[in-house]
Design a protein around this ligand. Sequence first.
Ligand SMILES: [Zn+2]
Length: 246
Amino acid sequence: MSPWQTPEAPSGVRWRFTGRTGGVSQGRYAELNLGQHVGDDRAAVRRNRALLAQSLEVPPDRVAAIDAAHGNDTALVHEGGTVSQVDGLVTRERNLGLLALGADCATVALADPEAQVIGAVHSGWRGVAADVVGSTVRKMKSQGANPDQMVAVIGPAICPGCYEVSEEVRNTVASSVAAAAAETRIGTPAVDLQTGIAAQLREVGIMRYFTDPTCTFESEQLFSYRRDGETGRHGMLIALTETSHE
Ligand SMILES: [Zn+2]
């Protein structure tokens, strides 16, 4: 389902970053579109989400999905369903999947395998400017997570070389996290989402993280809103397994 290498999840945790293959959607949404409000057939999206859930042994009705709001609000969840107006989800429930979607925006998996607390984040430039990653980690800490024990994966995103923005947007993001200011390959203003998120992880004390180097805009194996306009969404699903420390 994912054509590239993501580090194995720690004991007691499962995660999966998806690409375009392995689903039932057609045409511009082919194949594994996980986005519900992007114009695709609703039944196909439900089927795709069920396939993803089953691949992590999560019941399809036990998936809590971020309905991205491009801010820094987060929620602690105990059951499946779409969670509106948040960009970060946290849970301590076993076999409850947290789903974050993207099509150029980054998704982030967060886990404290010792405390058994997990998080999922959606972050584009607005999310980086608002530090939604930091907000989500603080919510995890309120549930007993310790950044010293945490691991994170920053999923694929549009790379700075491809991600031209206005000078104003770059300044807005840079005023929050300087490391996210960048230039495109042709020297115009850009945002480096992944480098910004990595800096935000370090800021809250998470030193163990992996960044997926795949650029959504350049890889045909991923959805890219900027490249394709109306298109699907890939995503990241994370869950705590039924038995920890097996
Ligand atoms: Zn790129």
